[in-house]
Design a protein around this ligand. Structure first.
Ligand code: GDP
Length: 304
């Protein structure tokens, strides 16, 4: 099974999938358009979350960072007068340093991720969507800023006029991503932000063409007219996408064999351009993640 993932909704689904199939049978193609440098080291928030999940290290109360983390370096830097843009724990920082050292010595992000995954005992395949640096830039009335400055620095408060994935036109599908997609029939577009998490993955040259030949099921991150969490609503609106599962379906229409929407969603199934299935998508526990993952797997089996 292949999943396209950001750093919150889809990892919750993966938490359940891992209870049903071995990690070795899971490949995750992860958004890297929110990556940023903190004190000289590359932070890859979505990949770190997915990696820590498989390594059993993730702080699942926040869906980022390492469980039982310490913050000695962050605190010491603060005392020196350096306020980092992001709160980085000590163990988390060692991941960023290790990754960045490999890359400073010539490794591509894909290779660095494979090495890190190996060291952390991850048995799933975690693939960055590309090796080039790609940046989600948010245009606000105060100017253009990196996604992390908008979301963490300004708490997602400024109005959003538009979203631009800078550098995406020069980014390429990696050999590993292509090989993974060639060897697997079933792809899940997880319940992740369609603009800043899934959008960059689908914007890679050639990606949609490959996916259109696969069996693709998406799970909606939107219930009614609101995302379950995060800035998806604001960013969808700014990108001209109606904030609803129907808006999402229209976004992915060329790719989808089915869309799973929440049972509480009042959307009328006849309006959708793709087959729609209703199920409880609120993954408030590992058990609920497992039930939803089982439902998605059942849909793939029903395709024959
Ligand atoms: P990010 O990288 O941290 O922005 O994370 P993602 O893009 O992977 O996930 C953010 C999306 O996950 C948001 O749009 C939420 O609506 C969605 N989400 C979070 N938890 C759940 C859940 O339990 N169920 C569903 N359906 N969506 C969820």
């Amino acid at each position: 099974m292949i999943l396209l993932s950001g750093g919150t909704g889809t990892p919750k689904l993966i938490r359940g999938l891992r209870r049903l199939i071995p990690d070795e049978e899971i490949t995750v193609i992860v958004n890297t358009a929110e990556d940023t440098f903190i004190s000289g080291n590359l932070v890859s928030p979505d990949m770190d979350t997915v990696m820590y999940l498989f390594a059993g290290m993730l702080d699942e109360s926040k869906w980022w960072g390492v469980r039982d983390e310490t913050y000695h370096t962050n605190n010491a830097l603060r005392e020196l007068g350096l306020n980092e843009r992001m709160l980085v724990g000590d163990t988390d920082r060692s991941t960023h340093i290790f990754r960045s050292e490999l890359m400073r010595n010539g490794a591509k992000l894909t290779e660095a991720t494979a090495q890190l995954s190996g060291k952390l005992g991850v048995r799933a395949r975690i693939l960055p969507m590309c090796d080039e640096k790609v940046d989600t830039m948010i245009t606000t009335p105060d100017g253009i800023m990196h996604f992390q400055d908008f979301w963490i620095g300004k708490h997602g408060e400024p109005d959003v006029l538009s979203v631009n994935i800078s550098g995406i036109e020069n980014a390429c599908l990696t050999e590993d991503v292509i090989a993974a997609l060639e060897s697997e029939e079933n792809v899940v577009i997880g319940p992740s932000n369609p603009v800043t998490s899934i959008g960059p993955i689908l914007a890679l040259k050639g990606m949609q063409k490959i996916l259109s030949k696969k069996k693709v099921i998406a799970v909606s991150p939107i219930i009614g007219n609101e995302p379950v969490s995060g800035p998806a609503g604001k960013l969808m609106k700014a990108s001209g996408i109606p904030v609803s599962s129907l808006g999402l379906a229209r976004c992915y229409v060329e790719l989808l064999d089915a869309l799973v929407v929440d049972g509480q969603d009042s959307a009328d199934e006849v309006d959708f351009p793709v087959p729609v299935f209703k199920y409880d998508t609120m993954m408030t526990s590992a058990g609920k993640s497992e039930e939803l993952a089982g439902f998605v797997m059942g849909l793939f089996s029903s395709f024959g």
